[in-house]
Design a protein around this ligand. Structure first.
Ligand code: TYM
Length: 330
C-alpha cells in the first residue's frame, strides 16, 4: 500500500476549510492506503502559544479527527513531538535548505507581516520541518488544501537534493485531493480563504452550535443575483455551492443551480437551506468530539498507540538516512 501522510496545526478549533482540504480526504484514504496523520504541535511553537492552551488544542484536534470518522485502529494518529525522528530529519534537511528560497515562501512572508516582532528561525524553516514530517515516512501522497501546495513543491526540492547528494532514499511526494484540484474554502465574507485567524463570524467551526452556524451562514456574502442565464458564479457564490455540495442532498444542490442558471435564485432561501443542512452535518461531529475530548484515557491510548505505530516507520527511515549521510558510529 502507498504511504500517505498529513498533519494539522493545533491552533484552536478546526473549521470547514480543514475539513474540506484535509479531514474529508483522510477518512476516505484510510481504507485504501497506509496512513499516518498527526497533530503538528512543534509547528505551533513558531507563534509562541500558551502552554496549557496548546495541550488542550492538541487533544481537541485528535478528538475532532476521530469524531469525523478517522479510525485510530486503521491509521497511525499521533502527535508530532512524540516522534523525535522528525526533529532529527529536520536537522539534516536544514543543511540542504537555503535562506533565499525560505525567505521567498509565501507563508513566511505572510507571517512576517502578521508577527513582525517574532520573526524567529523556526518560522523561516517551517517548510523544512514540514518536509521532514512527510519524508520521515517516505510518503507519496499528502492530502492537503491548496494553501499547502508550495510547501509540497519545496518538500520535493529538498528530497531531490538529498537523493542527489547522498543516494536515493526518498520518493517525491505529491499533494492529493479526491477532486480534480486542491480544495480552497473561502471565508464566508468572501475575503480570502477560511482560516482560524480571520474574522470569527466568517469561519465555520466544527465546534459551533446550531444557532451560531445559522447566524454565520445567513450573514455570508451574496449579491443581487445573476443578470443573465448561465452566468459564471462569483467566487463567494461558488463557495456557497461548494458547501452545499458537501452537506445538502444532490436534488437540493441541483435545484439551486438551476435557479442560478435561470436567474431566479433567492440567496435568502439558499442560505436558509444551507444553514439547516450544515447544522445537521456539524451537530453529531461536535457532540462526538466533545465526548472523546472528555475521555482522557481514550485520548491517552490513541496518542500512545499512534506514536508506537509511527515510530516503526520513522526509525527505519532515519536508519537509511544516517547510513546514506554516513553518520552511523554505534
Ligand atoms: P493547517 O493546520 O493550517 O491546516 C490543516 C489542513 O487544512 C487545510 N486547509 C484548507 N483547505 C481548504 N480550504 C481552506 N480554507 C483551508 N484551510 C486549511 C490545509 O491545507 C491543511 O491540509 N503546514 C500545515 C500543517 C502541516 C502539514 C505537514 C500538512 C505540518 N506538516 C505535513 C501536511 C504534511 C498547516 O499549517 O496546515
Amino acid at each position: 500500500k502507498e504511504v500517505v501522510l498529513s498533519g494539522i496545526r493545533p491552533t484552536g478549533f478546526l473549521h470547514l476549510g480543514n475539513y474540506f482540504g484535509a479531514m474529508r480526504n483522510y477518512v476516505r484514504m484510510q481504507d485504501e492506503y497506509n496512513c499516518y496523520f498527526f497533530v503538528a504541535d512543534l509547528h505551533s511553537l513558531t507563534t509562541h502559544p500558551d502552554t496549557k492552551e496548546l495541550r488542550n488544542s492538541v487533544m481537541r484536534v485528535i478528538a475532532e479527527n476521530v469524531a469525523c470518522g478517522l479510525d485510530p485502529e486503521k491509521v497511525a494518529l499521533y502527535v508530532q513531538s512524540t516522534v523525535p525522528e522528525v526533529s532529527e530529519l529536520y536537522l539534516y534537511l536544514n543543511m540542504l535548505a537555503y535562506k533565499g528560497e525560505l525567505e521567498k515562501t509565501t507563508t513566511f512572508k505572510d507571517k512576517v507581516r502578521l508577527q513582525p516582532d517574532n520573526v524567529n528561525a523556526g518560522l523561516l524553516t517551517y517548510p523544512v520541518l514540514m518536509a521532514a514530517d512527510i519524508l520521515v515516512h517516505r510518503a507519496v501522497k499528502v492530502p492537503v488544501g491548496k494553501d499547502q501546495e508550495q510547501h509540497l513543491e519545496m518538500t520535493r526540492n529538498f528530497a531531490e537534493r538529498f537523493n542527489h547528494r547522498y543516494g536515493e532514499v526518498f520518493p517525491l511526494p505529491q499533494a492529493f485531493n479526491y477532486g480534480t484540484s486542491l480544495a480552497k474554502i473561502m471565508s464566508l465574507d468572501g475575503n480570502g480563504k477560511m482560516s482560524k485567524s480571520e474574522n470569527q463570524m466568517s469561519t465555520l467551526y466544527l465546534a459551533d452550535d446550531d444557532d451560531l452556524i445559522r447566524k454565520k451562514i445567513m450573514k455570508a456574502k451574496t449579491d443581487s443575483g445573476p443578470t443573465e442565464p448561465n452566468a459564471e458564479k462569483p467566487d463567494y457564490i461558488e463557495n456557497l455551492f461548494t458547501l452545499m455540495g458537501l452537506v445538502s442532498s444532490p436534488d437540493v444542490l441541483e435545484k439551486f443551480n438551476a435557479d442560478f442558471n435561470n436567474c431566479v435564485i433567492r440567496y435568502g432561501d439558499m442560505k436558509k437551506q444551507l444553514a439547516e443542512d450544515m447544522a445537521k452535518f456539524i451537530h453529531p461531529i461536535r457532540e462526538k468530539a466533545a465526548a472523546i475530548q472528555a475521555d482522557k484515557n481514550l485520548l491517552d491510548k490513541i496518542i500512545r498507540d499512534g506514536a508506537e505505530k509511527a515510530r516503526i516507520n520513522t526509525n527505519a527511515t532515519i536508519k537509511a538516512v544516517r547510513d546514506a549521510i554516513g553518520v552511523h558510529y554505534i
